[in-house]
Design a protein around this ligand. Structure first.
Ligand code: NG1
Length: 454
């Protein structure tokens, strides 16, 4: 069944330790394992300050590490597609071209240095590092964030930095990943640190909070199983996919500016919005509007689905340089900035996550399935992050007996999650293969333990 032929976690750990010994001629000082994740529901809500409901999976990166031989970092990887790298401590901020794997190491160390958890003194000692992994990259399982987290944990252990509160570390590393160029949120770093066997993790942001919710089914029935099918479409978020991804957070931030500006004219209906930094702040105390109230106000405020740059400059009263600073020179999309559809997705998805968390707490999987299916439609139609290959898998999942199927992760390719009732599992794989052929990559994932220092 395992198309990736996933070895056991201990096999990856052993591989990382062996690679370290063979490359550097001594035993590693520390060995860490950091898993990928699957997001059950809550897509592109994290950077908007609205909740997500992911879980950590068994597939992981293992990093073996030891103190270095001077002010440089020697990186080895068991996968031949990731060639060995040496990074000089003085050049940490001189990032390699987009998509190169040493960038994740640079981001981790720079992020820890920004908040004083590591110092220039630590970097002067250098590090030796070996990576082995059974977590595929570019398929929406958050392999890049897991790598940043694994490098960071390895560095903290090697330098014997006293334990850091895990929520703080997750926030620091979410910020650190911005060094790689994506303007993502904090879901991935949080869940790969906080994952718990047989639990989904409901995470909220600004401030970061996490709650583990057990997978169980009411009435003593077995819980459904979760399969992933791989669309084969790879969009490297730190490379070619960067603009596709970053356009969405920018549209959300622009939409919030327009909303705040125009909401001021609706003061009789909305409270003052001074403390609002993210869309989620409208829902949380002290503002505490209902999702419906925000959606209703947005429907009035956004008078068209898409806005040109010049129209936005007019609404916001910004000069060209203010626009450039805010957008970080992001090019104007030919179809304009789609503010209202994006925001409808974000607010409705935030509400769906709350409802799905309630359904999981009650063991009500049929209710969760409806929300998961609705999430996919919204990702496809309002956030526009699906593609024909993903749609084909979603349709095949429905024909094969899944109670819901949806893209998981950033989108534009990667994997589809299928929620399959226990009774339909025995036939599911055959029914999928009958539709999609033998080349289909289909595998089961289970909610697993988060990062571990082995
Ligand atoms: P993946 O699927 O790992 O590319 C990205 C972001 C998340 C979140 C999701 C969409 C990064 C590191 N990760 O995840 O924060 O926004 O997209 O829900 O940018």
């Amino acid at each position: 069944m395992l198309a990736y032929d996933s070895p056991t976690v201990s096999a990856s750990a052993r591989k990382a330790a062996d690679l370290f010994r063979n490359t550097f001629g001594r035993a590693p000082q520390t060995l860490v394992r950091v898993p990928g994740r699957v997001n059950l529901i809550g897509e592109h809500t994290d950077y908007n300050g609205l909740p997500v409901l992911p879980f950590a999976i068994a597939q992981s990166h293992c990093v073996a590490a030891g103190i270095g031989r001077g002010p440089f970092f020697e990186l080895a990887n068991a996968e031949s597609q990731f060639p060995a790298k040496t990074v000089a401590a003085a050049d940490l901020a001189a990032f390699s071209s987009a998509g190169e794997w040493d960038n994740y190491f640079r981001a981790a160390v720079l992020g820890l240095r920004d908040v004083g958890l590591l110092t220039a003194g630590h970097s002067a000692a250098g590090m030796q590092i070996a990576v082995a992994s059974d977590l595929p990259s570019g398929v929406g399982l958050s392999s890049s964030s897991a790598l940043v987290v694994a490098f960071a944990l390895a560095a903290l252990c090697v330098h014997a930095v006293p334990p850091v509160p895990v929520l703080h570390l997750a926030e620091v590393l979410a910020e650190a990943e911005h060094y790689v160029g994506t303007r993502g949120g904090g879901m991935d770093q949080a869940v790969c640190l906080l994952g718990k066997k047989d639990h989904a993790i409901r995470i909220n942001f600004f401030p970061l909070e996490a709650e583990a919710i057990p997978f169980f089914c009411a009435g003593g029935q077995p819980a459904p199983r979760i399969y992933l099918s791989d669309s084969g479409v790879r969009v490297e978020k730190s490379g070619a996919g960067l603009q596709l991804y970053n356009r969405r957070p920018l549209e959300c931030r622009l939409a919030l500016q327009v909303f705040r500006r125009r909401a001021a004219l609706m003061l009789h209906r909305l409270p003052p919005l001074d403390p609002v930094r993210h869309w989620g702040d409208l829902i949380k105390p002290p503002i505490a509007l209902s999702h419906e109230a925000v959606l209703e106000a947005a429907a009035t405020i956004f008078d068209r689905p898409s806005y040109s740059k010049s129209h936005l400059l007019g609404i916001l009263g910004w000069r060209e340089d203010e626009w450039t600073a805010f957008t970080e020179s992001f090019p104007e999309p030919p179809d304009g900035f789609k503010l209202h559809p994006r925001i409808r997705h974000v607010i409705e998805e935030g509400r769906r996550v709350e409802q799905a968390a309630d359904a999981l707490r009650a063991g009500n999987w049929p209710a969760a399935a409806k929300l998961i299916a609705a999430s996919h439609q919204s990702c496809r139609d309002l956030y526009e992050i699906s593609c024909p290959e993903i749609e084909r898998l979603v349709e095949a999942g429905a024909n094969a007996g899944a109670s819901a199927s949806r893209l998981t992760g950033a989108g534009f390719g990667g994997c589809v999650l299928h929620l399959v009732p226990a009774a339909a599992c025995s036939d599911f794989e055959n029914k999928m293969r009958r539709q999609l052929g033998r080349g289909l990559r289909l595998f089961e994932v289970n909610p697993s333990q988060g990062a571990e220092i082995l």
